[in-house]
Design a protein around this ligand. Structure first.
Ligand code: NAG
Ligand code: NAG
Ligand code: NAG
Ligand code: NAG
Ligand code: NAG
Ligand code: NAG
Ligand code: NAG
Ligand code: NAG
Length: 447
């Protein structure tokens, strides 16, 4: 028995194809498939785009010409429940048609003029019988295969014959057997009509969907690999200054914390959206000026060629903070610690002016103040039209202070150990020992 492949539940069998199918059918509430075939010819149906859900109005518009002139005998095979999934699960896959539960149906669809509505909007149980009743102007006549054989149809008037077919949801029989039995019924009815030489139009659909796709769970779950990196949506875009040629300076920071006294009260400027008036950039210098309501924060960068490394490097020369209410300006020098190749961006988890300081206070006011930029990335050159940062040069070198301390301590201990080993190996055994049994060493005493 195939397991239930509900799109909503986390199915194990997530093949790409199945996922595509789920996504295609995820846009509306409930839907049932509708298959229609006729011994006469049916109007052609422009093939709908994949995933399109046919509305009742569209079906009605299609049926009007189909049941237009003359009299029609319409067979409505109405199964208690039906979904597209039933065809994929029990239709016999990969060309293995012997196993299909729908052999008579498939034969009928192929041998006559047919149309398929893979996803028909489902509103209520009686929608399709009511629609057909409206179109044909007759009440449905509930029959089964036995009574049909005794029934004499007046083909000069419209007839609507309704066949109710069970579904497997509360039967003890396996689903495939139930559907296969239904298919036998369809085959029998069709051959009866053929024998009577009655031309007919047949419709096979469900009274209701066999699987109601639970929308919210599909739409709320991010499908695919995005799960581990979840936040996605609320990442702020970087601050971008455009000159005439295109984007020219970009800055991104999780938070731009400033503190104007030694109290631990931090103000996060990144929560505000600044204006960029006063910013400028050319090929050698760029300045990004962020004008907040009460503060102005500016970053001055320059790039030049360093012959030793034979390439251009940019440095963040200074960061200036101006308090608008008092007019005080504090500036910090960054050029000693904040640099990267000119075509790269500079990134640092934490740029501070107080602990592991990359920014050095350079005037009296700045010594009282503290700044802390968290998850900071800046690029002032070489953006060349892109709206993305270039490759980031990170401030955390591979050999951090901790690693150096560990390395030096281990080396020192190794040195002591080697020295000790060396000393031990220097010890020699004596080539003669005093033998206690032998004659004792006598020192002749002579005058
Ligand atoms: C079929 O119906 C038409 C219209 O109601 C009627 O005139 C005709 O006699 C009926 N034919 C038979 C065989 O009952
Ligand atoms: C199947 O179950 C539904 C309710 O769950 C019930 O109304 C219906 O009569 C049942 N059908 C059969 C054949 O037992
Ligand atoms: C800068 O340019 C980029 C792309 O060219 C654009 O997406 C962005 O909105 C512009 N920013 C401003 C402030 O004009
Ligand atoms: C870039 O701007 C700086 C500061 O305004 C200026 O000193 C420098 O000459 C400019 N360089 C170029 C190439 O325009
Ligand atoms: C700007 O300063 C004023 C006065 O100190 C204060 O009331 C206001 O909240 C500040 N605005 C922001 C966005 O910090
Ligand atoms: C520092 O602040 C004082 C006021 O407290 C101000 O007069 C002075 O100009 C400031 N220094 C600089 C370099 O901005
Ligand atoms: C920037 O993009 C525009 C249009 O997308 C293009 O015409 C221009 O050549 C690009 N400039 C650079 C430097 O790539
Ligand atoms: C910028 O990054 C986004 C997302 O990472 C990517 O889709 C886009 O193609 C990139 N643009 C360029 C010009 O590299």
């Amino acid at each position: 028995m195939a397991e239930s492949r509900n799109c909503g539940e986390g199915s194990v069998m997530v093949s790409a194809l199945f996922l595509a199918f789920c996504l295609a059918s995820a846009s509306s509430t409930a839907q049932v498939p509708l298959l229609m075939w006729s011994s006469k010819s049916l109007p052609t149906l422009a093939s709908p785009p994949a995933g399109h859900i046919t509305s009742m109005e569209e079906l009605s518009a299609y049926l009007t010409p189909a049941f237009g002139s003359g009299s029609h005998t319409v067979l409505l095979f109405l199964q208690d429940k039906l979904s597209k999934d039933d065809f994929t699960r029990f239709g016999g896959v990969f060309g293995n048609k012997q196993e299909s539960a729908f052999r008579n149906l498939e034969a009928a669809l192929q041998s006559s003029s047919s149309v398929t509505f893979p996803a028909l909007e489902w509103r209520e149980e009686s929608a399709i019988p009511t629609l057909l009743q409206e179109k044909l102007g007759v009440s449905p006549l509930l029959v089964d295969a036995e009574t049909l054989s005794h029934l004499s149809l007046n083909t000069s008037v419209n007839n609507l014959l309704l066949f109710n077919l069970p579904y497997c949801s509360n039967s003890t029989k396996p689903c495939k057997e139930v559907l296969s039995d239904n298919d036998q019924v369809i085959g029998k009815v069709l051959s009866l009509l053929k024998a009577k030489d009655v031309s007919y139009t047949a419709i096979y659909t469900g009274l209701q969907p066999s699987q109601v796709i639970s929308e919210p769970s599909v739409l709320n779950q991010q499908v695919g690999r995005t799960l581990l990196q979840a936040p996605g949506a609320d990442v702020r875009p970087p601050i971008m200054f455009n000159s005439s040629g295109g984007p020219c300076i970009m800055l991104w920071a999780q938070s731009l914390l400033i503190s104007l006294s030694s109290s631990p009260e931090w103000i996060d400027l990144a929560a505000e959206t600044p204006t960029l008036s006063g910013s400028m950039c050319n090929s050698t210098n760029s300045m990004l000026m962020l004008n907040f309501v009460n503060y102005t924060l500016s970053f001055t960068m320059s790039q030049r060629f360093y012959p030793v490394s034979a390439r251009n490097w940019f440095t963040l020369d200074s960061v200036q903070l101006r308090v608008k209410s008092t007019g005080q300006t504090g500036s910090f020098i960054g050029s000693r610690g904040i640099y990267a190749p000119a075509e790269y961006s500079f990134r640092c988890q934490s740029v501070t002016s107080f602990r592991d300081a990359l920014l050095i206070p350079s005037n009296q006011n700045a010594t009282q103040w503290r700044v802390n930029f968290v998850d900071f990335q800046i690029q002032g050159f070489g953006l060349s039209n892109g709206t993305n940062f270039s490759y980031a040069s990170d401030c955390a070198g591979f050999f951090s202070a901790g690693i150096w301390m560990g390395l030096i301590t281990s080396l020192l201990m190794l040195l002591i150990f080697v020295y000790g080993l060396h000393m031990i190996m220097q010890l020699n055994t004596m080539d003669r020992f005093d033998d206690p049994k032998g004659p004792s060493i006598s020192v002749p005493q002579s005058d």
